[in-house]
Ligand binder design. Sequence first.
Ligand SMILES: C[S@@+](CC[C@H](N)C(=O)[O-])C[C@H]1O[C@@H](n2cnc3c(N)ncnc32)[C@H](O)[C@@H]1O
Length: 385
Amino acid sequence: MDKITEFIDDLSAQLDVETLSKLSLSMKRDKKAELKSVFVKSIILRDQQMLSFVYRYPTNDLTKNFSIAEGLENVEKLLKDQFYKADLMSTERDVFLTIDKSGKGKIKRKDSNKTEQKTNSAKHDKTKKRLIDLKNNYYLQALDIVADGKVKRNREDKFRQINKFVEIMGHVLSNKYTEPVIADMGCGKGYLTFALYDYLSSLSMNPKVVGVELRPKLVDFCNEIANKANFDNLKFESGYIGQWEIEKLDVLIALHACDTATDDAIYQGIKSEAKVIVCAPCCHQQVRKSLQTTGALKDITRHGILMEREAEIVTDSLRALYLEASGYKTKIMEFISTEHTPKNLLIIAEKHDRKLDSGVWDRIESLKAVWGLKEHYLEKLIKSL
Ligand SMILES: C[S@@+](CC[C@H](N)C(=O)[O-])C[C@H]1O[C@@H](n2cnc3c(N)ncnc32)[C@H](O)[C@@H]1O
């Protein structure tokens, strides 16, 4: 297999498990070519996973979105015709392709974390007891996290994230629920869904869990593993978060569901009167596009990266307030250290019976006004209830 094809296979594999952070194509083959570089990232557009390409020219950038298949074809063509270099960054592994003038390619792969972090965390793992038992663990093997009874070297971060997540959920749920009905919205390959089911079962909680995912291929894959693991009360269903018909629910989870899919999930949780809603937000496009700063704030948002961070902070602060306006007490905490993934916040909301804070909608309006935000997607949903 030639190196460009091998690189495209790596890229496709990262897209399957949704770990791609970004891809850049650089070092133009023709020095006089106008196109300087291309940046690619995975996005969800109208509930479809797509690839968004930013073409960088000397005086302007051009953005185009493609289906995954078209996008992969484009990357391949760009590498064959226009660029010598491709850097693929993912939350798990980075892959670097260089092609020389004779057309010969070279690939280097590196775990996403620095070696030192890796060594430290490996040492740390040895001393820290993990909550998920590896012994005879069928699902962790089927999900390619464990082999020969050990966590695979390049899957240590994922395993750490899984353990952290079940630890947090254990604190939130234990001693309060005996047979919690749980929905995991946008469950992907189900890493956290399986682990949660397994861990709560080990605490004798008898959970009933459904994972909802728009990609049928992943749903079939997960159902097969759940059957083989004899997890009788764990099911996966194909569907869109926003359209999913919810019955009675105790706990709603949405981890890294893109942009407004997190809002759809929160709305579904509120609608079904879930007692606990837990989400780890992903990207924050809706608010980012609508922020209109004035005065001194302009000095923050003129920098793209700071604008992005502000959009995250504003989006998630408002989400917390909308949850409070809907009868939940909320806290926002770090899920797992930023060295492992930038998507590391967890919003935890628990329903309460206290009187609602009558000023909460005024606080929402004040916050929106500071950022020139006319509308938040979740607000519209909540007001339609
Ligand atoms: C980044 S992955 C996260 C997977 C998993 N929750 C985790 O944290 O490991 C997001 C998943 O949500 C799915 N998804 C995105 N929007 C969705 C929607 N509107 N309805 C159902 N699934 C959705 C995607 O297909 C993808 O598998």
